[in-house]
Structure formats: C-alpha cells, structure tokens
Design a protein around this ligand. Structure first.
Ligand code: C2E
Ligand code: MG
Ligand code: MG
Ligand code: MG
Length: 285
C-alpha cells in the first residue's frame, strides 16, 4: 500500500513497520485492562555492596505477562504507558507492590540487614501532583521506613528541570527517601548541575561497564569512571554501577571506588523469593 498523498509517490509499503504499528496500537489499547486484570508483575535484581559482596537490596523491574505475546519487557510498554498517561497508575502499582515486598523481606529475615528497594520513576510521575502523598501513604501502609526506599529518575527527566519539578523530589529526599540519578552518563549532563539536584546516588550507565568488558580495559574508560566516582564522592553521592557481567569488571569497579553494583554477574532479575534466598545465603555464610 503506497501512500496516496501527492508528493510521496516513492514511499512503499513496509509490512514490518505496519505490523509493529499494529502491535504498538494493540498494546497501547490493551494496557488499562491489563492493569485491572493483574497482568503486570515485578522482577527484582539484587544490588550488591562492592566492598563485601553482600546483597543490600534490589531494583524493581516491571514486566507484562501478555496473554498473546508472552512476557514483555518494560522497553516495549513503558513508553506507551507514558504516552497515554497510564504510567501514573501503573507506576503507583509498581511502587506499592515493591514497597510491600521490601517490607516482607525485612520481616522474613532481619538477620540479612534492612534490605532496600529501588523503584524507577517516569518523567510523567514526577510532574503528577500526587507523587509525594502517594509515596507517603504507600510507605506508611506497608510500614517501611523512608530510608529503605530509593527512587530512580533518569538524567534526561531532570535536564533543564526547574524548581517546581524538583520540589516533590526535594520533599521526598528530606523525608529520608534516596533519589538516584539513573542511566548517568547517557545524556548531556552538566556535571555542575548535579549540585542543585536533590540526588544522593549516581547510577552509572551500563555503557561505562561495557567499556571494561575486554581485558585489559580501555585506560581512557577507566580514567573517565575514576573521575566520575571522585566527583560523585566529593558531592556526597554514592555510586552504583549497572550492567556488571564479569568478576573482573566487579573487581575493577571496586578498585575505582564504586560503592554498589548490579548486573548479571551477581544475578539476573528474578522473582521475590530468589532475592530473599540470595540475601539470606550471604547473611548466613
Ligand atoms: P534501568 O532502570 O536502567 O534498569 C536496568 C536494566 O538493565 C534492566 O532492564 C535490567 O534487566 C538490565 N540489566 C541488569 N543487569 C544487566 C547486565 O549485567 N547486562 C545487561 N545487558 N543488562 C542488564 P529491563 O528490566 O529491561 O528494564 C529496562 C528499563 O525499563 C529500566 O532501565 C527502566 O528504565 C525501565 N523500567 C523498568 N521497570 C520500570 C518501572 O516500574 N517504571 C518505569 N518508569 N520504568 C521502568
Ligand atoms: Mg533503574
Ligand atoms: Mg539504570
Ligand atoms: Mg540503564
């Protein structure tokens, strides 16, 4: 099917693009009912202390068990949910479910130390007026202390952010909730800008750890990471690294002074009981 409109005579049909568009459209319209029917679920990926290798908590990563397409990753549907606004109730559900889960881990085994939970926030959730009150309600109902929650916000969501946008994050931060700058290094970050953001954790994007995959690692990559870590620490920010896939990377990142790590080397995202088992195993080993 070529476009009938006058000037576009050479634009040919692209059946694959059509199929993608249909799927996108189909997925978008199916989202609200999916939330009602409970088709979303959360996997948890451990956050590991680089100094002693202990599990300190987990990041909540949402998935959609679609009745026809099987398990869909967040990259397939989060942008659609952002676009339609469904991200607000979906994000609230993720927060509620994972905060409840974190409290359940804490109750099941105090010996593993107070496990923490990281939850991703979309740009639209940031501008939603209920963010602070919803978060407070959710923490209170679950009985989780604010200090056990870390909200992850991407660098791009905060680019050019004015004070109105930062105010809710600042309120949460004052309550003791940690705020992490996710995917750090992928945007056009103005490092000086970090000072005015209510952020206390920097999550270095996977692209940095990828540069360390080969051995010996690229010395320029190492210098860059070293520089970011020292800058972060001088601003009182903790550094978490994403995408750690090998023991050599973990060792190198530890030497460079990174605080916490996450990646397949430790564990892939998995069901809540797996996190429980991992945390318990290293508390009793
Ligand atoms: P993110 O927050 O940067 O999460 C890390 C992503 O890296 C996850 O992908 C995780 O599965 C993947 N990953 C972890 N370790 C490794 C590794 O060693 N190697 C490689 N190659 N990948 C690794 P996932 O689960 O597909 O999530 C993708 C993105 O979707 C997340 O990126 C986050 O931005 C977004 N997302 C996930 N859950 C939610 C949510 O509940 N709300 C919102 N707004 N966004 C979410
Ligand atoms: Mg994240
Ligand atoms: Mg990330
Ligand atoms: Mg990332």
């Amino acid at each position: 099917r070529a476009k009938s409109a006058g000037g576009n005579r050479f634009e040919l049909a692209d059946p694959e693009a059509d199929a993608r568009a249909i799927t996108r459209h189909g997925l978008t319209t199916a989202l609200p009912a999916a939330l009602d029917r409970g088709e979303f679920f959360i996997e948890y990926q451990p956050l590991v202390h680089l100094g002693d290798g202990s599990v300190r908590g987990a990041e909540a990563l949402v998935r959609w068990l679609h009745p026809q397409h099987g398990v869909l990753g967040p990259d397939r549907f989060i942008p659609l949910a952002e676009h339609t606004g469904l991200i607000v109730p979906l994000g609230r559900w993720v927060l509620e479910e994972s905060v409840r889960q974190a409290r359940a881990w804490q109750e099941r085994h105090a010996e593993a130390g107070p496990l923490r939970i990281n939850v991703n926030l979309s740009p639209m959730q940031l501008t939603h007026p209920g963010l602070v009150s919803d978060t407070v309600d959710i923490l209170e109902r679950a009985g989780l202390e604010p200090g056990a929650l870390c909200l992850e916000v991407t660098e791009s969501a905060l680019i050019g952010a004015d004070d109105d946008l930062l105010k809710p994050l600042r309120r949460l931060s004052e309550m003791g909730v940690d705020i992490a700058l996710d995917d750090f290094g992928t945007g056009y970050s103005n490092l000086a800008n970090l000072r005015r953001l209510p952020v206390n954790v920097l999550k270095l994007d996977r692209s940095f750890t990828q540069g360390m995959q080969q051995f010996p690692a690229d010395p320029v990559d190492l210098k860059i990471v070293e520089g970011i870590v020292s800058l972060a620490h001088s601003l009182d920010l903790a550094v978490t690294v994403e995408g750690v896939e090998t023991g050599a990377q973990a060792e190198q990142l530890r030497e460079l002074g990174c605080d916490t790590a996450q990646g397949w080397y430790y564990a892939r995202p998995g069901p809540p009981d797996r996190l429980h088992d991992l945390a318990l195993a290293d508390a009793t080993s």
